[in-house]
Design a protein around this ligand. Structure first.
Ligand code: GLU
Length: 323
């Protein structure tokens, strides 16, 4: 069950790891930032495990993520809540869209639909869906034909721009129909897709502030449409953080070496050192200095975030390993 609204907290945010692998420095940056923003402003924090997010869920990765977050010095007020624990809220949302003719079944390729199941990060090349099955659905209705093929479900996306003011990136105007077309909200396997699961949970958990990497900024327009079409009230405010890149300018990933927190822990690097590097990246300190998470939260000021992407350099790595 989601936490009940608590009037003593003015706002609610969520830490939402996907248990698809171990947390690395880029994830740590986003979670620490999210946590410090919340703690410095008295927001409530919900821990949500996005275990519907993607076909690559790994057994034990949820416990690993929770352990890494605690090791960094983070805490939360509610949760962990697991999306897979209760599918009925997502089914109810899908049923409501279907009943009002706002979604249609789609039998297009498995690859397209699998891509839609997980949160689309930078470098996931998204293509616009041309509406093939929307047209099919209309002609099938006309001839009362039924299909027994397993189908995914797509939202009928209006061809209108969505405008939102990102707290970091400023005003954004997106036309979701032009960008990705009618997007998948439930997979052929009968599971809610990332966009639907995220919106249903953010709404029922009372989330007012979503903080995440800006590789997910493209999802926000889609999520705002779902808020509107499901009648869920005002969407949350969004804070999209510039991505952490490797020295080659690409999103921090395995190709840049092992940046998992677990790896640094194995090398006996203290959490204060990792947080110290993240404080340096956040513009909170002029040089790299070890720093506990609570000091990070005390010094935290979003206005000090340097503009542009953050680059994880060989000097950062060497400093983490210094004794
Ligand atoms: N669970 C998602 C991820 O780790 C984040 C989703 C979100 O913040 O909306 O990529």
């Amino acid at each position: 069950m989601p936490p009940a609204a608590d009037p003593s907290f003015p706002a609610v945010t969520r830490l939402a790891p996907s248990p698809t692998g171990a947390l690395h420095l880029g994830n740590a940056r986003t979670f620490l930032w999210n946590w410090a923003l919340a703690r410095s402003r008295g927001w409530r924090i919900v821990l949500r495990i996005d275990d519907l997010d993607g076909p690559r869920i790994k057994a034990g990765a949820d416990a690993g993520a929770i352990d890494d977050l605690r090791w960094l010095g983070l805490d939360w007020d509610d949760g962990p809540y697991y999306q897979r624990a209760e599918l009925s809220p997502y089914t109810a949302a899908l049923d409501s869209l279907r009943a009002r003719g706002l979604a249609y079944p789609c039998v297009c390729t498995r690859k397209e639909i699998e891509q839609a199941q997980s949160a689309p990060h930078a470098e996931d090349h998204e293509v616009r869906y041309p509406g093939t099955c929307r047209h099919r659905a209309i002609s099938a209705q006309a001839s009362s034909a039924q299909t027994s093929e397993p189908a995914a479900w797509r939202l009928i996306v209006p061809d209108d721009p969505v405008v939102f003011d990102d707290m970091i990136q400023g005003r954004q105007v997106v036309n979701v129909q032009a960008q990705v077309g009618d997007f998948v909200i439930a997979t052929k396997a009968g599971l809610p897709a990332y966009q639907l699961a995220a919106v249903v949970d953010d709404a029922r958990q009372g989330v007012t502030d979503v903080v995440r990497g800006d590789d997910l900024i493209g999802s926000t327009g889609r999520q705002i449409w779902l808020y509107r079409l499901l009648g869920l009230g005002s969407p949350p405010r969004h804070w999209h953080l510039p991505l952490v890149l490797g020295p080659d300018g690409r999103r921090l990933a395995k190709r840049h070496g092992d940046t998992r927190l677990a790896w640094y822990r194995d090398q006996c690097v203290a959490a204060e050192r990792v947080v110290g590097l993240l404080a340096f990246w956040a513009g909170l300190s002029a040089e790299r200095t070890p720093c506990p998470a609570r000091d990070f939260a005390q010094a935290f000021d979003p206005a000090r975030l340097p503009p542009g992407p953050i680059v994880f350099t060989p000097e950062d790595h060497a400093w983490l390993l210094q004794r």
